[in-house]
Design a binder for this molecule. Structure first.
Ligand SMILES: [Zn+2]
Length: 384
């Protein structure tokens, strides 16, 4: 399969930040998330009619809030455009989900393929509904894979489980091991080893520049053990620090085999990172370097002290937001910061994530970490 068939419009961290910072200036932003997987919707007409349903019920619910005529017209037009996009231009390829953001008066129309199935919904609010996207972005890193052999190498870049860059081949002119010519065996072997070493160094430079250009965060060096050991030595220190795995893999591996390997490595690396962060929360608590539980974490976010926010996947809880100072709290109605009155919010965890994102605080959605659940499903590492 040509790799460009896999190219999908996955969200980048920069695009997510732009959405978080997007100012509606009083306009309503239409957001749609939906399952477009082949499993749920075998044919295009299946997810097209699902989209119609979602949009219809979203519009009905919005109507019930008695919007102005002008606002309703904008929302109707934006939802129609989303519908038209799904019916027309959109190709799901290997995407499992779709997210679309629209606000025509502010020139916003953006769509992203999702590697996981999101909860189906249409959200019509004064800001883009980004929480599900953020959860995804926090889970995935850009992976650069070097599949290195004695005279050839293949480079791949994966993001969200899909190949996003054409595989690049590096072929160096290394003679076969047994083409002896007139040389003595020992001299010939030295010559070959020098050529292999040059090939390894050359591949290291190629990989480093391709990976830097693509914003690769983690590197996998695959191949036979003796070659990968040498390759590691040829990398610069910053690149070597990004190497997360060194699996054995044949040069002839298919893209699907590489993809499966990356998916497995990514799951393990993510779980390891989460465990490290949770361990840092535990270690920091007695020293005042971290907090856990809803109330303490919200306080840290309100005061801008959070450096990393950790939230267990699926955690949500009712809470409060202050009318006066915009603080969020677990218990109301009196604001713990300014004593003003607060109003109820249906999910204060969601508000916490949005507050964290808008402060550009690293936000990690943690899956299946029992220790974080014991801490109250939410915690933060503090900057001071
Ligand atoms: Zn307040």
């Amino acid at each position: 399969m040509p790799s460009n068939a896999r190219n999908l419009d996955f969200v980048t961290e920069a695009q997510l930040r732009d959405l978080v910072d997007f100012e509606g200036r009083g306009e309503i932003i239409s957001t749609l998330y939906m399952d477009v997987s082949g499993k749920s919707h075998p044919r295009k007409s299946d997810y097209v009619s699902k989209a119609q349903q979602l949009i219809r019920s979203g519009k009905r619910a919005f109507n019930a809030t008695s919007p102005t005529k002008k606002t309703l017209a904008v929302v109707s037009a934006d939802l129609s455009r989303i519908q038209a996009f799904i019916e027309g231009e959109f190709r799901r390829k290997s995407a499992q989900g779709l997210a679309v953001f629209a606000c025509s008066p502010r020139g916003l129309f953006q769509h992203f393929a999702l590697p996981q199935i999101p909860k189906d919904r249409v959200v019509l609010e004064a800001s883009p509904f980004v929480r599900p996207l953020n959860a995804l972005v926090s889970e995935y890193s850009r992976y650069g894979i070097v599949l290195i052999g004695r005279k050839t190498a293949r480079l791949f870049i994966f993001y969200m489980g899909a190949l996003i860059e054409e595989a690049i081949s590096v072929v160096d002119d290394v003679h076969g091991r047994h083409e002896q010519g007139g040389w003595s065996q020992a001299r010939f072997s030295r010559h070959i080893e020098a050529e292999v070493a040059r090939h390894i160094r050359h591949t290291a430079r190629e990989a480093e520049s391709a990976f830097a250009a693509a914003g690769v965060e983690r590197i996998v060096v695959a191949g036979s053990k003796d070659i990968t050991v040498e390759f590691l030595k040829a990398l610069t220190k910053p690149s070597r620090d990004r190497v997360v795995a060194r699996p054995g893999l044949k040069q002839s591996a298919t893209v699907d085999e590489v993809a499966r390997l990356v998916a497995e490595i990514e799951r393990e690396a993510e779980a390891r990172d989460d465990a490290e962060l949770v361990a840092a929360v535990r270690a920091g608590m007695s020293k005042g370097k971290s907090v856990a539980g809803l109330a303490a974490t919200l306080t840290a976010l309100n005061s801008g002290r959070a450096q990393v926010l950790l939230v267990s996947r699926g955690y949500s809880c009712e809470g409060w937001r202050c009318v006066g100072c915009d603080s969020i709290a677990a218990i109301g109605p009196e604001c713990p910061v300014c004593s003003d009155r607060m109003h109820r919010v249906s999910d204060v965890v969601e508000e916490a994530i949005e507050s964290s994102l808008s402060q550009h605080v690293r936000t990690e959605i943690v899956t299946g970490n029992g220790d974080l659940d014991v801490f109250g499903r939410i915690a933060a590492l503090l900057r001071f």
